[in-house]
Design a protein around this ligand. Structure first.
Ligand code: ZN
Length: 131
């Protein structure tokens, strides 16, 4: 299964929890694991707090400080910072699935992390049945 995510700035976190839940709900798998994977080299997936939007902005401000956009990188495309951030965050996450519902903590959400937007992006979702 694939979902589309439209981003509208260079660096952005977008809560995709409900889109992932919707995709999984149309799958015959009800119990197991859900793999959520970014299909890009400059965009990642992470799980973090989706209650206070300040958490998102703190994460983004901090990662932008740790990995500045300009730093005499060699990569000709000019977006090495986005590649580095993507590897630091990771391309995918796994979430347990119980009775057709994603098992997440009260404050947890699944975020698509854009590091070289704005772009139209794709996320692949695989529901793996429990053995
Ligand atoms: Zn590049």
């Amino acid at each position: 299964m694939k979902i589309s995510v439209k981003t509208n700035s260079r660096t952005q976190m977008i809560d995709i929890t409900s889109q992932v839940q919707q995709a999984v709900s149309s799958s015959p798998v009800k119990n197991g694991l859900v793999h959520i994977c970014s299909m890009h080299t400059t965009a990642a997936i992470t799980i973090n707090e989706n209650a206070d939007p300040s958490v998102e902005s703190d994460i983004l401000e901090t990662i932008n400080t740790i990995v500045p956009w300009d730093n005499n990188y060699r990569h000709m495309e000019g977006n090495s910072a986005a590649h580095i951030k993507t590897s630091l965050f990771g391309a995918s996450e796994m979430v347990p699935l119980e009775n057709g519902r994603l098992v997440l903590g009260t404050w947890q959400g699944i975020f698509f992390c854009e590091f070289d937007g704005p772009r139209q992006r794709k996320v692949n979702i695989t529901a793996i049945p429990a053995g």
